[in-house]
Design a protein around this ligand. Structure first.
Ligand code: MG
Length: 236
């Protein structure tokens, strides 16, 4: 069996909340119908339940705003939400034109602890995120760690969900892979329960901590131990 580590990006490798806040504010700048009074504190509270960019529309759109973030996961996207999502990614693309852009992304200690392992065993890791691939690639480039396969928003839109992307990669095939999947959003982890060997909840991200959530050091210990056990080669 091949040991593989599949990592979420936002809330696991990078704290990108301020970047997302900046992108949202750029997307709605000088446009009527959107709230211009959203504080970073309110944004963070909302961010804790966001799993896709269209959902930010429910924080900013005056007609569709949801005051209680707990109600967000039950909402289904409508045309206004998809329009917001389109504007969000266009605003991000515009901001990314600045070569200093990745500086608004803060790496967690986890990223710095993981970086030598990524560089040593790039074939063992993959990024699986709802963020667009180019923004992940540019950030990793900026931190000299652009060595991994990246599956992002484009793949998820094509296939439907993170678990579908994992399935298409063959990672769910019994007996072929030993998958460690790290995500900070419980909603993203749940479909992986029972489908991969180790679905791990990152306690340091945006979602609420649970009894079985793991710290940055605990996850690094698991990853480095498994790399050692598999001898950098396929474990069988
Ligand atoms: Mg995340």
């Amino acid at each position: 069996m091949e040991v593989k580590f599949v990592l979420d990006f936002d809330g696991v490798l990078f704290n990108s909340a301020f970047e997302a806040f900046t992108v949202c504010n750029r997307a709605i700048a000088d446009r009527s119908g959107y709230r211009d009074d959203v504080s970073f504190e309110e944004f963070l509270e909302f961010r804790a339940v966001v799993t896709d960019a269209w959902q930010y529309n429910r924080l900013y759109d005056r007609d569709r705003v949801i005051r209680d973030p707990a109600k967000l996961p039950a909402e289904l996207p409508g045309p206004e939400d998809w329009n917001f999502s389109r504007d969000f990614f266009a605003a991000r693309a515009e901001l990314m034109g600045d070569p200093e852009w990745p500086k608004v992304m803060s790496p967690y200690d986890f990223f710095f602890l993981l970086r030598p392992l990524l560089l040593e065993h790039p074939d063992r890791f993959a990024v699986l995120s709802t963020r667009n691939v180019e923004s992940i690639r540019q950030t990793l480039q900026f931190y000299d760690a652009d060595v991994l396969p990246i599956f992002g928003q484009e793949d998820i839109r094509t296939l439907g969900s993170k678990i579908k992307v994992a399935e298409a990669q063959g990672w769910l095939k019994k007996g072929e892979y030993f998958i460690v999947y790290v995500d900070d959003m419980n909603a993203h982890l749940e479909p992986f329960d029972g489908k991969v060997h180790l679905p791990l909840h990152a306690s340091w991200g945006y979602d609420k901590e649970k009894i079985d959530s793991l710290s940055q050091h605990q996850v690094i210990t698991i990853i480095s131990s498994l790399l050692k056990l598999s001898g950098g080669r396929d474990a069988d």
